[in-house]
Design a protein around this ligand. Structure first.
Ligand SMILES: Cc1cc2nc3c(=O)[nH]c(=O)nc-3n(C[C@H](O)[C@H](O)[C@H](O)COP(=O)(O)OP(=O)(O)OC[C@H]3O[C@@H](n4cnc5c(N)ncnc54)[C@H](O)[C@@H]3O)c2cc1C
Length: 395
């Protein structure tokens, strides 16, 4: 039964948080996804008064499409990153990713809802024999810089797994998480920590004005000493400062699988191909897998196409685990952003004093959101942060 139709007037005259508009905040964060949540968490721990402005619902952006793998290895291998930005910066970036997983664990332990954070090994296999030399080079580089890594030959793989390739790296200290429970858990925590959230509220205009920032939203105006854009893949382009490529990706969740004992320690599994296939398990024995990235930027609309891509991913997982009874139950496609140099964009706007960006583009987005929140905390509080230069916008 429809109770009414047409465009109602009265609902436009009230919103439940209107009292909080016209208030000054130390920091206003635009975007209520993983980045906004982690940033608000880190800033509120410093005693700052924080607000979050979210045009949809909290955690409803790409954070709800996230497959929840947390790894210190990145889409760009360490030895490749060394070639790109030099040894010191590249190794430091990898160390920051490693530390970020520890920080994510601390956050996960403190929120009132269990985000199913579990430490896992990662298995990073050579997709073709042609990739073996670079995998071996990566092993040597990680080992040299004291990252926890082992090398498995085909024989080692056969001993531990139902599939084998020419070689694989095994890294320790990675983790899996349920990203949706995590983001919502952080927002539950923040309710009791001097943080105000404005859902269904779009930030329309942001401008610096005499030592503060004025934010005009669809529901009212507010001011803040600092503003952080945590708007994910929808962030307006910043001229030449942000080189990104937005494409799209697909993922599936299978029905619970009865016996996952042949899945070595329930490791996170991925490969050297680009785009890569990746997979993990869940607390209720499902398999989550993703890949098949393709060029168009918009999330796919055609359900038949999404289902077909899901079936292709299901087939790839089945090839690796022929004995498992795998049946796709959920499938989704989503926009996915990467930066052209494989590093996230985090830092102050090059020409504005009080406006910051937290853009964790890339397959390790959650790890980037965590390490970036700590960098922004230091920049906002005027503390030195020697790592900020690696990910700054005008690098
Ligand atoms: C299929 C898929 C799988 C992935 N798997 C992984 C993975 O395994 N591990 C990993 O670490 N990362 C993964 N990622 C990446 C991860 O999802 C992203 O890094 C993360 O979701 C980014 O969070 P965010 O908060 O920056 O963006 P979002 O979650 O999109 O949040 C941004 C929010 O900003 C809001 N917004 C935008 N503009 C405005 C405005 N003007 N006013 C108010 N609000 C606004 C949006 O509504 C949105 O809710 C995956 C991504 C995809 C698509």
């Amino acid at each position: 039964m429809e109770l009414h139709n047409g465009e109602l007037f009265w609902p436009t005259t009230y919103n439940d948080t209107e009292k909080e508009f016209d208030t000054h905040y130390d920091v206003a964060i635009i975007g209520g996804g993983m980045s906004g949540a982690l940033c608000a968490y880190v800033l509120s721990r410093e005693g700052l008064k924080v607000s979050i402005i979210e045009k949809r619902q909290l955690a409803s952006g790409s954070s709800s499409a996230n497959t929840g793998l947390l790894q210190f290895s990145n889409d760009i291998m360490l030895h490749e990153l060394i070639d790109q930005i030099g040894e010191e910066k590249a190794v430091r970036f990898y160390k920051l990713c490693q530390e970020a997983i520890d920080h994510l664990e601390e956050v996960a332990m403190s929120v009132p809802v269990s985000p199913e954070f579990t430490r896992r090994k990662s298995i990073y296999y050579a997709s073709t024999p042609l990739h073996l030399p670079k995998l071996k080079k990566e092993y040597k580089t990680l080992k040299l810089h004291e990252f926890p890594v082992e090398y498995w030959s085909r024989k080692d793989m056969k001993e531990h797994l139902p599939f084998s390739k020419t070689g694989a790296l095994i890294t320790r200290g990675d983790a899996e998480v349920n990203p949706f429970r995590f983001v919502n858990g952080i927002f539950d925590y923040l309710k009791d920590h001097d943080t105000t959230t404005f859902e269904g509220t779009e930030a329309l205009e942001v401008k610096e004005d005499r030592g503060r920032v004025l934010i005009e939203t669809t529901k009212g105006k507010l001011s803040a000493s600092h503003v952080v854009y945590a708007t994910g893949y929808e962030t307006p382009r910043l001229g030449e400062h942000i080189g990104t490529e937005i494409n799209r990706s697909y993922a599936i969740a299978t029905k619970p699988v009865e016996d996952l004992s042949e899945w070595h320690e329930r490791s996170l599994i991925w490969e050297t191909n680009r785009p890569y296939l990746y997979m993990r398990t869940t607390v209720d024995n499902r398999i989550i897998a993703g890949g098949l990235d393709e060029d168009p930027a918009e999330a796919p609309q055609n359900m038949e196409k999404i289902e077909n891509q899901g079936k292709r991913i299901e087939k790839e997982v089945q090839k690796l685990f022929p004995e498992l009874d795998i049946e796709m139950e959920y499938v989704w496609g989503a926009s996915f952003g990467e930066s052209l140099d494989h590093l996230p964009y985090i830092g102050r706007h090059p020409d504005m004093e009080r406006i910051y960006y937290l853009l964790g583009y890339g397959g390790n987005g959650t790890v980037y959101s965590m390490l970036g929140s700590r960098i922004l905390r230091d920049l906002i509080l005027g503390r030195p942060n020697p790592d900020a230069g690696i990910v700054k916008l005008d690098r």
